[in-house]
Design a protein around this ligand. Structure first.
Ligand code: C5P
Ligand code: C5P
Ligand code: ZN
Length: 456
């Protein structure tokens, strides 16, 4: 991968103008920012564009606009046509066809690594950036945020593989460090009540999802909820208070039969950005990633990009207000899906959100549902959302256990979508697709039989 990164670095250095195309999620925004900064530092003329997905329209437009060099980050690996008219480089981590091993293409799957958890789109982009100039290792925190945004720490409760090497780069120069702490989202910015209420990996039986139960749980174990008028956050607690909470969650899980495997997941690595202010959304990688997800997924790409490039004033403030909307949308979206109900079939379970959930966040909702009490964890979850243009967005999520039994959602969605001239792909554990509206039922039939054959 290092040699390929050097080859790609040469292509960049030999170009004057670079146009970056990236994805609208946290990994895409961080990947795009790394590419942007890399070009800027080389005094290249650089532009950037965010897309929901790569389809023919994007390529047609790129051909028309005739750029000297197009740099695809966090997407581009899974294209069926090569488009030789476009002079391009690709730094991505999605599953890709074997014949896509080209000198301009950096993807872990081409080198025997798994892009689902060993390196993200931002990570592969970072490798090229570092090959351009060693000084770019100051961009390593962005690659860690990207990996966390793609939940690459989920499998082992920490980042492993190439992600770990990237982490070491940042640690070496003191800008990031890891520590073992509670893995629940919002350690720094949310009250402990909210932290528990939205705890979903693992869920806390009888507590998750119920605000009043969270308050009683904390009161019963003697944890003060407020300091004066302020609700206490995880970072406001002392060491012994934190361990009381952790051991009580563990006890609850064991009592309700959730097993040691789940107990182990309460704690894990968190990644702290040392140069950022404690208690803000940008001090910890997972919170940073969520802040970014609140921007480009709502068409505010610029906001996320500027925050990655270092703005902590105007754009940072805007991102924070977008975050409030994003959180509300996730809560409402989950509520909506729960009311509509989850339909169980033999080899998959699904929901159709219609226009009730934005197509850009249906993947996050599907993920959140996967860990919740109302879905079974022994079959994948599939979510549909209406894109409003005669097309349906599909998001599918599985578990590590299912992947170990042969599940590959990327293959399954790609294959099923193709039947309807749709596009699909992703990772074995998480994949997406776009299909024509009205074909959902037929699509499910094909998808289910594909999943069945993968699992048997
Ligand atoms: O397009 P991209 O690869 O950046 O998106 C990855 C998606 O896959 C994220 O939405 C993430 O939630 C999901 N994922 C997951 N579990 C993993 C890896 C990825 O749910 N282990
Ligand atoms: O959109 P969603 O979060 O469900 O996507 C899950 C994964 O599948 C992401 O990594 C995304 O980039 C990928 N995907 C893809 N092709 C599509 C849709 C999604 O590769 N058409
Ligand atoms: Zn990614």
């Amino acid at each position: 991968m290092h040699d390929r990164a050097i080859e790609i670095a040469k292509i960049i250095k030999n170009s004057e103008k670079v146009h970056i195309i990236t994805h609208i999620d946290a990994d895409g925004i961080t990947a795009g920012s790394i590419a942007y900064k890399t070009c800027e530092r080389l005094y290249k003329e650089v532009s950037i564009e965010f897309v929901k997905q790569l389809d023919e329209n994007v390529f047609e437009q790129l051909i028309n606009e005739n750029y000297e060099l197009v740099w695809f980050t966090d997407l581009g690996s899974n294209i069926s046509i090569d488009y030789p008219e476009i002079n391009k480089i690709i730094t991505d981590h999605h599953e890709c066809p074997e014949n896509s091993d080209k000198n301009f293409h950096l993807n872990p799957h081409l080198f025997g690594f798994d892009g689902g958890f060993e390196i993200s789109g931002a990570g592969t982009t970072y490798l090229v950036s570092k090959a351009v100039d060693k000084k770019n290792i100051d961009l390593s925190p962005l690659a860690i945020i990207g990996a966390c945004g793609d939940l690459q720490d989920r499998r082992y409760g920490k980042l492993i593989g190439i992600n770990r090497d990237i982490l070491r780069d940042g640690e070496k120069i003191g800008i990031i460090n890891s520590k073992i702490d509670i893995r629940y989202f919002g350690r720094e910015t949310r009250s402990i009540i909210k932290l528990l209420q939205y705890a979903n990996d693992p869920i806390i039986p009888g507590v998750t999802g119920r605000e009043q139960s969270c308050i009683s749980f904390l009161q019963e174990i003697g944890i003060r909820i407020q300091d004066g008028d302020n609700y206490r956050r995880w970072i406001d607690l002392n060491k012994s208070e934190r361990s009381i909470i952790v051991s009580n969650i563990a006890q609850l899980l064991l009592m309700k039969g959730f097993g040691h495997k789940n107990v182990k997941r309460i704690l894990g690595e968190v990644y702290i950005l040392n140069n950022e202010e404690e208690g803000t959304e940008v001090h910890e990688a997972k919170e940073f990633a969520t802040l970014l997800n609140s921007t480009a997924r709502y068409g505010k790409c610029d906001v996320g990009l500027q925050v990655c490039l270092g703005d902590r004033l105007k754009f940072f403030d805007e991102a924070r207000s977008l975050l409030l909307g994003h959180r509300a949308n996730l809560v409402e979206g989950l509520q909506f899906v729960r009311e509509e109900g989850i339909n169980k079939r033999k080899y998959l379970q699904f929901f159709h959100a219609g226009t009730g959930v934005r197509d850009t966040i249906v993947g996050i909702i599907t993920n959140m549902l996967l860990n919740s009490e109302e879905v079974s964890s022994d079959i994948p979850v599939v979510g549909f959302a209406d894109k409003g243009d005669g097309e349906i967005k599909v998001s599918a999520r599985g578990t590590q256990e299912l992947v170990e039994r042969g599940l590959n959602l990327s293959h399954a969605l790609k294959k099923a979508a193709r039947v309807f001239n749709g596009v699909g792909g992703g990772h074995s554990i998480a994949a997406g697709a776009t299909i024509p509206k009205g074909k959902e039922e037929e699509f499910l039939e094909i998808l289910e039989s594909e999943i069945k054959s993968q699992l048997s």
